[in-house]
Design a protein around this ligand. Structure first.
Ligand code: HMG
Ligand code: MG
Length: 324
């Protein structure tokens, strides 16, 4: 039967911060990750090692990782587009285990995320290559990461519509997802990058992808541009998906998807799931604290980062909790 265990992957420090226009000091980014860990999130995408010419905002990821407090039982992930990015991950991991470095443990990075798209136009805008070229480039990255004992997660962007080529063929999403699974990704996160998806259009894509991939190996990554992200999550739950990406305070967007807003807010997902018989990351029965995730600490974190960045906190549940 379908599990009632829901995994939440917090992507705020990566998807959220990559879209901010003003530079954010590494200690602020590290504090965000530390607070998310204290709030009980057990899967956190901490940043990316991409070209600083393409995404200047995430240039300081190595420094951010060096400033993170150890968080027990937590998977930290970083996004990489190519071998150069993966080499950076290896460098950071090995630098911090050298015998002459102080007692500080290595940053607990256990996972890398690789990414491609369902359309060539988006893939070119985001990474300068077609989808098939990107898969060719990513295959050795996945292989090398797996050989070092890292988990590999895959992303497929623009599963519903593409900002450059319009409506997306669900069969393309299915085929690209299958390629990522064949490369050794333990899970493929399906991105509604533009946030144009509705329960009906998301159901159509997911049904197509589930013809070839078990829903236990799929995650939903819904941007909330049109306010449909939570509805899309419940559609995905209905189809058997149990892993969802979310961003505290609703931070985020993609620099290569003009006008798209942040991911669904983590606080809103936690609040909405708590009334269901779903369990949080580790499997304690839901109370006001959702499994191990504390909505109060999450709400405070969302308010703090929004204020720090001078942006609106778009989490409804976070604002409601703080105004109670
Ligand atoms: P390129 O210009 O074709 O590649 O970019 P290049 O190899 O010619 O490199 C250009 C420069 O970047 C060179 O520097 C490289 O050394 C450097 P120069 O010699 O000119 O001084 N470089 C790097 N530096 C640091 N780390 C690296 C790296 N690679 C090259 N890893 C490339 C190709 C893939 C590098 C570029 O297009 C890129 O970095 N793209 C990333 C874009 C990105 O981060 N987008 C946002 C994340 S994806 C997303 O948000 C979607 C998601 O949330 C799901 C969804 O919502 O759909 C995941
Ligand atoms: Mg995204």
């Amino acid at each position: 039967g379908k599990s009632n265990f829901v995994r939440i992957v917090e992507v705020g420090p990566r998807d959220g911060l990559q879209n901010e226009s003003r530079p954010i000091p590494p200690p602020i980014k590290a504090e965000l990750i530390n607070r998310l860990g204290q709030a009980g999130l057990r899967n956190i995408e901490a940043g990316s090692f991409v070209s600083p010419k393409w995404v200047p905002q995430l240039a300081g990821t190595a420094e951010v990782l060096s400033l993170i407090d150890p968080i027990p039982n937590t998977h930290l992930s970083v996004l990489v587009p190519n071998s150069k990015g993966l080499d950076e991950v290896f460098r950071v991991l090995s630098a911090s285990v050298s015998p002459d470095s102080a007692a500080k443990p290595p940053p607990p990075v256990t996972e890398v995320a690789i990414f491609t798209a369902a359309t060539d136009a988006f893939s070119r805008a985001n990474t300068n290559v077609s989808v098939s070229e990107s898969l060719t480039r990513l295959e050795p990255v996945a292989r090398a990461a797996l050989a070092k004992g890292l988990r590999v997660r895959g992303y497929v962007s623009v599963i519903v519509t593409c900002p450059y080529s319009g409506r997306v063929d669900p069969r393309r999403v299915r085929d690209v997802s299958r390629e990522l699974i064949q490369m050794g990704c333990y899970e493929v996160s399906l991105g509604d990058t533009t946030g144009t998806g509705t329960p009906a259009s998301v159901r159509t894509v997911l049904e197509e992808v589930c013809k070839e991939i078990d829903p236990s190996r799929l995650a939903g990554h819904f941007h909330d541009t049109n306010g449909t992200a939570l509805a899309n999550i419940f559609t995905a739950l209905d189809l058997g998906l149990r892993s969802f990406d979310a961003s505290v305070g609703g931070l985020g967007g993609c620099p290569y998807s003009p006008g798209a807003t942040g991911n669904v807010a983590t606080e809103d997902v936690v609040y909405a799931l708590a009334g269901e018989s779903f369990y949080g990351d580790i499997g304690e029965p839901p109370k006001w604290d959702f499994g191990p995730i504390s909505l109060p600490l999450l709400a405070e974190t969302g308010a703090w980062i929004s204020e720090t960045l001078g942006r609106e906190n778009t989490s409804r549940a976070g604002r409601a909790y703080l105004a109670r």
